[in-house]
Design a protein around this ligand. Structure first.
Ligand code: FPP
Ligand code: MG
Length: 329
């Protein structure tokens, strides 16, 4: 599939440039607090500078509810730390080699170090959350983290299940990815002093946009370019994870061709097989259908933003939400 170009993320995030720079400094300092012997590992982890979409979401929701307060800077930092910790574990579980064009942590330091550093970074995030007087941040992130783990466990338990249904897939995606976006939206409103209705709206926006984010991840895993995305791709198909585009392809095929797909799925074949006969045409159509589902979810998520009080700030958040559908890394 020829994936359309996405707008430059840096342009979209330009209004937050100063906040995001300060966030990088905050993250560096939070990690440097680790003991001496952790420093080489933490330095490696710090080089995986992500897109900071979760932090940007927190800042933009805060602006849409009256402005960024000191608590929002802590929440934005914590959500990025939890996300980073989860990826250390995830890359090990997925046996991925590369993330953000760098060797994964476990590739250089081994699996024990990757598990334990993930635990350390996660614990650091929670220690920081307890510095806030209002315990809502700890409570909401603890709940979201349990959902992240439950979603990931659910996905692992259904590995190799070719006939996975939509409901199971959504449960996995909502847990492993959308729960953190949902928590970020909810907390940003709470710490801006917004109403319960506004918090629900921002949480729903985060949940749906987070779900779409993971669906794009799954589209890229099947059709993306490794050099451009900067991480190991094709791992869902190769490791028996049924994802949205794979389900859509499966459901389009005649019974005979579907059987061929099932046996290739069981063998962990290379993803390129799905772009050749007899799958190629249906694979392109399945990718287009999946992209359509992503766009509908993003429309729905943006609808919820009309409940936030400062609509001028909502515009940037809506543009960032749209970026989720077109991102290519
Ligand atoms: C990426 O999915 C993985 C996640 C979003 C969550 C992973 C969570 C865990 C491993 C549980 C540990 C959790 C905590 C809080 C420490 P993916 O593999 O589909 O995406 P990828 O292509 O970016 O690897
Ligand atoms: Mg992974």
């Amino acid at each position: 599939m020829t994936l359309p170009a996405s707008p430059a993320l840096a342009d979209l995030l330009a209004p937050l440039a100063r906040e995001l720079e300060d966030l990088e400094q905050w993250l560096r300092e939070s990690l440097e607090e680790g003991p001496e012997h952790l420093q080489p590992l933490l330095a490696h982890a710090a080089r995986f500078r992500g897109k900071r979409l979760r932090a940007a979401q927190v800042f933009l929701v805060a602006q849409a509810c009256g402005g960024i307060r000191p608590e929002h800077r802590i929440i934005a930092g914590i959500v990025e730390l939890i996300h980073a910790a989860s990826l250390m574990h995830d890359d090990l579980l997925d046996e991925a080699l590369e993330r953000r064009a760098l060797d994964c942590l476990h590739v250089e330091w081994g699996s024990h170090a990757a598990v334990l550093l993930g635990d350390w970074v996660y614990s650091r995030a929670f220690a920081i959350s307890t510095t806030l007087d209002d315990p809502t941040c700890s409570r909401v992130f603890a709940d979201a983290s349990m959902r992240v783990c439950a979603g990931e466990i659910h996905q692992n338990l259904t590995r190799g299940r070719f006939h996975l249904g939509q409901e199971d897939y959504l449960d996995q995606v909502d847990g492993k990815t959308a729960a953190l976006f949902e928590a970020g939206g909810r907390l940003a409103v709470h710490y801006a002093g917004g109403t319960q209705e506004q918090a629900e709206a921002a949480a729903k926006h985060g949940l749906l946009a987070g779900r779409a984010f993971q669906m794009v991840d799954d589209i890229l895993d099947l059709a993306g370019d490794e050099a451009r995305v900067g991480k190991s791709l094709g791992t869902d198909w190769a490791r028996g994870k049924m994802t949205l585009p794979l389900m859509r392809l499966r459901d389009r095929l005649s019974p005979e061709v579907r059987e061929q797909m099932e046996s290739a799925f069981a063998q962990g074949a290379d993803r390129s097989l799905l772009f050749a006969e007899p799958f190629a045409k249906d694979c392109e159509a399945a990718l287009a259908e999946s992209q359509q589902e992503v766009e509908s979810l993003l429309d729905e998520s943006i609808e919820h933003l009309r409940h936030l009080p400062q609509q001028d700030a909502v515009e940037t958040l809506a543009a960032l939400t749209r970026y989720v559908g077109s991102r290519r890394r």
